[in-house]
Write a protein that binds this ligand. Structure first.
Ligand code: SF4
Length: 339
């Protein structure tokens, strides 16, 4: 399947998504945020469409956006129809909020000629009322998605993507395990309402990471109570941690311990800041002593193994120079820049 030219599912790389946090009716602010997201690697962006004015704004936003747009529609199917008219690349519908078969049929008939995929986005907090109360939450989530999948299939529509989101990590994982073998469509992963970055990134990394490691999932969104660019950065870190995608620098740094005789925490923070804007796929190691330092530094593209007042700088496995402590940062960054 493609969403606005981005391939999703099959053997395609896992796609990193985010969601705008602006008022969609404010075209300028929304376009600005989409461009910021695109610059940091966001590949598909979702926008809330709470009313007709927001739906109508989508065509202007679409004209000025370089990445595919997904309209997130709840309650009123007519907003989905307007979003399709506006030229969005995908729709997200919540079966808990739009489930009337006639309304779904109207959306499908408008999406079909435009080849616009529909994501069936189940959320544990807003499940269909008729869900079996005796079933577990993961079972109810999977059943809600399957019911709407079958409705779309009866309408001969298969441009389907599915998401099953909850705040609880085991619930999310279990819901995906229940559905993964029962339908052939791409899955979008995320832990919803995960909180601010400190805890939210951990929850997302656990939920998304477990599922991706099990071979489940095609697109991801790390939802955070934060600037959406942080969601994209965290998404790539999850993919990098699983060796699924590479983007930008990877910083390896030791936790420090009683053997460390330099301000390694301060050095690592400075290196992290300097690496933040780089596009290069590069591994940089910042190590605090000679125990593990030379090994990790040698293993990285560029590394520094610090000792008291002096450090060895490694490049591609070889010591290229030694530096005094005042030159730790610049010496290391000079080698990064030279690559
Ligand atoms: Fe401690 Fe050295 Fe290991 Fe860093 S590299 S944690 S300073 S032993």
């Amino acid at each position: 399947m493609t969403i606005g030219g981005v391939t999703v599912g099959g053997n395609a790389p896992v796609v990193v998504q985010s969601m705008t946090k602006t008022d969609t009716r404010d075209v300028a602010a929304t376009v600005r945020q989409i461009r910021e997201l695109e610059e940091c690697g966001c590949e598909i962006v979702r926008l809330a469409v709470p009313d007709l004015e927001a739906a109508e704004a989508l065509s202007s936003i679409k004209r000025e956006s370089g990445i595919p747009l997904i309209a997130d529609v709840h309650f009123d199917y007519r907003l989905a129809l307007e979003a399709l008219k506006a030229g969005v690349d995908g729709l997200r519908l919540n079966p808990g909020n739009i489930s009337n078969p006639e309304q779904i049929s109207a959306i499908v008939e408008a999406a079909r000629p435009r080849s616009v995929p529909i994501r069936i986005g189940v959320n544990a907090g807003s499940m269909p009322k008729k869900a079996d109360p005796a079933a577990s939450v993961p079972e109810r989530m999977a059943e809600a998605a399957l019911e709407q999948i079958h409705l779309l299939e009866r309408l001969d529509f298969d441009l389907i993507k599915v998401s099953l989101k909850a705040f609880d990590v085991p619930t999310t994982v279990e819901a995906h395990r229940l559905i993964a073998g029962r339908m052939p469509y791409p899955l979008h992963l995320g832990i919803t309402e995960a909180g601010p970055p400190g805890t939210g990134v951990i929850r997302n990394a656990l939920g998304i990471g477990i599922l991706l490691y099990l071979g489940i999932g095609d697109t991801i969104r790390v939802s955070l109570t934060a600037d959406p660019r942080e969601e994209v950065v965290a998404g790539y870190e999850i993919l990098k941690g699983l060796n699924l995608r590479q983007r930008g620098p990877t910083l390896v740094s030791c936790p420090t311990c009683g053997r460390c005789e330099v301000d390694l925490i301060g050095l690592a923070k400075q290196v992290e800041q300097r690496l933040a804007g780089l596009d290069k796929v590069i591994k940089v190691a910042v190590m605090g002593c000679v125990v593990n330092g030379p090994g990790e530094a040698r293993d990285a593209d560029v590394g520094i193994a610090c000792g008291k007042g002096r450090a060895a700088i490694f490049k591609k496995g070889e010591v290229v120079r030694t530096v005094e402590d005042v030159d730790f940062l610049e010496g290391l960054m000079g080698e990064v820049d030279s690559l």
